[in-house]
Ligand binder design. Structure first.
Ligand code: NAP
Length: 307
C-alpha cells in the first residue's frame, strides 16, 4: 500500500507540489481554505478533505505550505486543526516560511501527540515546485529527516540538513535576506542607468560581463524589462520574510543594516498596493521615485522627457 499524505495549502507552491506527490505514487488527501483550488487535484485522483484535521487523520505524512506563522498556527492548533487528528508515528512537515520560534513550538506540540516534526522551507519558487526541483533547508531530528527524504526527493533536487528544530527556517530567512537585497540593488542600479539614458539591454550586457552577474537577476531581468510582474514569489511574502529575518536578528543581537533598509523599500512597495505582484515589482516603486522606467527602449521616454 503506498504511503499517505495529508496535504494542506494549495497556493502558488502547494498546488504543483501536491500534484508531484500524487504523480509520484503517494495516496493524497488535500485541503485548501478556498475549496475550489482543490479541484485540479480532485480531478487528478486526490481525495479532498473538509478540514485540516480530516486531511491529517490516519496520514503517514502531514504536509503544509501556507502563507505565514498565523496561518500555520491556525491550521495546526485551531479548531479542526492537524493536531486534533495527527496519528502517533506520523511526520508533520511544514514548508511555509514562518517564524523559527513558532515552528519550534509546533514541533513540541507535535511531539506531544507522539508524532515528529520538520521545518522544511524551500527555495526555487514556482518553477522549482512545478519541476520537482526545489532546494530544501531542513530542521529537526536527523532520523526524522532520513525517514522523510524519499518524499522530499519527489519535490526537490537538493535537501540540506541544517540542524535542530528551527534551523531550516533560520537558514531560509538568511537566504531570503540575501535574495531580496540582490534584486533590490539590481533594480536601483538599473534605475540609475536608465535615468542617465543607458538602455537596459546595454546595462545588462555590462552586468553579465562582470562579477556582479547573478543567476537570480539573469532570471528576473527579462520579466522586469517587459514589466511582467506575474507573481512567482509575491512581494508581500518577501516583505514578510524580511520582517522575520529582522525579528531573528534582533533576538540574536545581529545587526543587518542593508537588509533593514531593503525591508523598508519592500514595505513601501507593498503599501502602494503591489503586494500580490512578484517581488521584482519593487523596481516600480524605485522607478516612480526617480521618474524613469527600466523597460525596452520604445516604452522608455528619452531622458529629456523624464522627471
Ligand atoms: P500563496 O499562493 O499566497 O498561497 C498561500 C496558501 O496559504 C493558500 O493555500 C491559502 O489559502 C493558504 N492560507 C493562508 N492563510 C490561511 C489560513 N489562515 N488558513 C488556511 N490556509 C491559509 O503563497 P505561496 O507563494 O504558495 O507561498 C506559501 C508559503 O511558501 C509562504 O510561506 C511563502 O513565503 C513560501 N515560499 C513561497 C515561494 C514562492 O516562490 N511562491 C518560494 C519559497 C517559499 P487560500 O487559497 O484560501 O487563500
Amino acid at each position: 500500500m503506498p504511503l499517505s499524505v495529508g496535504f494542506i495549502g494549495l497556493g502558488i507552491m502547494g498546488q504543483p507540489m501536491a500534484m508531484n506527490l500524487l504523480t509520484g505514487g503517494y495516496r493524497l488527501t488535500v485541503y485548501n481554505r478556498s475549496a475550489q483550488k482543490a479541484d485540479p487535484l480532485r480531478a487528478a485522483g486526490a481525495k479532498v478533505a473538509a478540514s485540516p484535521a480530516d486531511a491529517a487523520r490516519d496520514a503517514d505524512f502531514v504536509y503544509t505550505i501556507v502563507s505565514d506563522s498565523a496561518a500555520v498556527e491556525e491550521i495546526a492548533t485551531g479548531k479542526n486543526g492537524i493536531l486534533e487528528a495527527i496519528r502517533p508515528g506520523a511526520i508533520f512537515i511544514d514548508s511555509s516560511t514562518i517564524s523559527p520560534t513558532v515552528s519550534r513550538k509546533l514541533a513540541c506540540l507535535t511531539a506531544g501527540k507522539g508524532a515528529s516534526f520538520l521545518d522544511a522551507p524551500v527555495t526555487g519558487s514556482k518553477h522549482g515546485a512545478e519541476k520537482g526541483e526545489l532546494t530544501f533547508m531542513i530542521g529537526g531530528n536527523r532520523d526524522t529527516f532520513e525517514r522523510a527524504l524519499p518524499l522530499l526527493k519527489v519535490l526537490g533536487k537538493k535537501h540540506i540538513y541544517c540542524g535542530a528544530h528551527g534551523a531550516g527556517l533560520s537558514a531560509k530567512l538568511a537566504q531570503n535576506a540575501i535574495q531580496s537585497t540582490i534584486v533590490e540593488i539590481f533594480c536601483e542600479g538599473f534605475v540609475l542607468a536608465a535615468k542617465a539614458g543607458v538602455k537596459p539591454e546595454t546595462m545588462m550586457e555590462i552586468v553579465q560581463s562582470s562579477m556582479a552577474r547573478a543567476a537570480l537577476t539573469d532570471f528576473k531581468a527579462p520579466f522586469i524589462f517587459k514589466g511582467d510582474f506575474t507573481p512567482y514569489f509575491p512581494l508581500k511574502w518577501m516583505h514578510k520574510d524580511l520582517e522575520l529575518a529582522s525579528e531573528a536578528a534582533y533576538a540574536q543581537g545581529v545587526p543587518m543594516p542593508a537588509a533593514s533598509a531593503v525591508k523598508e523599500v519592500y514595505a513601501a512597495a507593498k503599501a502602494q498596493g503591489k503586494g500580490d505582484l512578484d517581488y521584482a515589482a519593487v523596481i516600480t516603486f524605485l522607478e516612480e521615485l526617480a521618474g524613469v522606467k527600466v523597460r525596452t527602449l520604445d516604452s522608455n521616454p528619452p531622458p529629456s522627457e523624464q522627471r
